[in-house]
Design a protein around this ligand. Structure first.
Ligand SMILES: [Zn+2]
Length: 425
């Protein structure tokens, strides 16, 4: 690595590329003119924060990194049980069930191979924060617990005090700029904002509350960018990346998939372990106690005939959407979206699969997880590091971020699903 070469990433969770407007996001509009804007940028599947965090960290799709969504069914010795990957203890459960956390190295681990340090600050779920660096190669700051190298707990009252929402995001941004970017100056610094995801899940998309959250995230991104360019006005040393992990669709109704399977005689009982549904918002993955059994095809046939299902992925078709073909997860569905406006003029609606662990109504609010056109519309802008400004239309994905960072840091990056993005057309 060349002395002074660094990368800084800001993620505005859930910010749809088409909601970047001069009124709500003056900074991102300004940045899109001086940076490269990747106009055909896509998320992974399921388009959930935790799977996305692991894909940004590893440069690989879920098929290779192994975190298959916001929820996953794990067999820790007593049969398959659906678990939230957002829970702080989930990485330990995953290790018990599979022998490891993520199955490929993260940016934090790769930097450590070169004696370099990464620091991550996140105001999202503990799972999403920890999957940036689940094995403790660098530093991770989060309200549920902060860790240094070796996963040594760090007493960090500033992170402990953070709450989701714009006030917490602002406090995290102040600390990220002053302490992490200016003083500690790690080779890689990542800041993951809770907004506009947090408000988007609790208010209609495009409502005054949602737009205020988008504006708040824009201000946080501006503060980081201004700090970065004060430290490196030339843009040669510090690569600046701003993006989101996925977009959102408006929820129209909730589908109780467990009840439907039981009713169709395909599952013994709502809590049974023969086939286990892992709800992932506008998508679901299904795990089978007997992955080679004939129940897999029967369930897939049943789902294909349901009007709320958009597409069913089974067998080799799982590979085409970046999912593994050799685990207990054998069927994935993305729900059937509708191309119409919500009451605030925001395009795109979809049903969701009910999560038995979460009884709050989601109807009319934002959600994601599937392959809908609006949830698959995150944004990506890159400035500095030799990137030639302007809009670019070639398809890009979350998995392209890690190799782009590693190339900037002069490190190997040819064993990932993504590719280092060309600096010019
Ligand atoms: Zn997210």
């Amino acid at each position: 690595m060349t002395q002074g070469t660094r990368a800084v990433i800001v993620i505005c969770d859930s910010l749809r590329a088409d909601l970047i407007t001069p009124g709500d996001t003056p900074f991102l509009v300004e940045l899109s003119e001086r940076a490269v804007r990747f106009a055909a940028h896509r998320s992974v599947f399921p388009s959930t924060t935790r799977a996305s965090a692991a894909s940004i960290a590893t440069g690989c799709r879920p098929a290779r990194h192994g975190l298959l969504g916001n929820t996953m069914a794990l067999d820790e010795g007593e049969g398959l049980v659906c678990r939230s990957a957002g829970h702080p203890e989930f990485p330990d459960r995953l290790r018990r069930a599979t022998g490891c956390t993520l199955q490929v190295p993260t940016l934090a681990e790769r930097l450590r191979w070169h004696g370099e340090i990464s620091i991550s600050c996140a105001n999202v779920s503990p799972g999403a924060a920890y999957f940036q660096d689940p094995d403790g190669h660098g530093w991770v700051y989060h309200a549920a617990g902060s860790y240094g190298p070796g996963r040594q707990p760090v007493d960090d009252p500033a992170s402990r005090a953070l709450t989701k929402g714009i006030a917490g995001d602002r406090a995290m941004t102040d600390r990220f700029c002053a302490e992490i970017l200016e003083e500690r100056a790690p080779s890689l610094a990542i800041m993951w904002l809770s907004e506009p995801d947090y408000t988007g899940h609790h208010a209609p998309l495009g409502s005054p509350e949602h737009r205020a959250a988008i504006a708040g995230a824009d201000q946080c991104a501006r503060q980081v960018f201004e700090t970065v360019r004060r430290l490196d006005p030339s843009g040669n040393d510090i690569l600046f990346i701003a993006g989101s992990d996925h977009g959102m669709e408006t929820v129209t109704r909730t589908v109780d998939l467990d009840a439907l399977l039981v009713g169709a005689g395909l599952k013994r009982a709502p809590q049974s372990r023969d086939v286990v549904v892992a709800p992932n918002g506008t998508a679901a993955t299904l795990y089978f106690a007997e992955p080679e059994g004939d129940l897999v095809a029967r369930v897939a046939r049943f789902l294909a005939a349901e009007d709320w299902v958009g597409e069913v992925f089974v067998g080799d078709r799982l590979r085409a959407v970046g999912l593994p073909t050799n685990t207990a997860m054998r069927v994935a569905v993305t729900l059937a979206g509708e191309d119409r406006d919500n009451p605030h003029g925001i395009r795109g609606c979809s049903p969701i699969v009910q999560d038995p662990a979460d009884n709050e109504s989601k109807i009319g609010f934002g959600q994601h997880g599937g392959l809908g056109p609006n949830e698959q519309r995150p944004f990506l802008m890159i400035e500095g590091g030799g990137f030639v400004p302007g809009p670019r239309h070639e398809p890009t994905s979350l998995v392209d971020i890690a190799p782009t960072v590693l190339r900037h840091l002069h490190m190997d990056h040819d064993d990932m699903d993504g590719r280092a993005l060309p600096r010019q057309l």
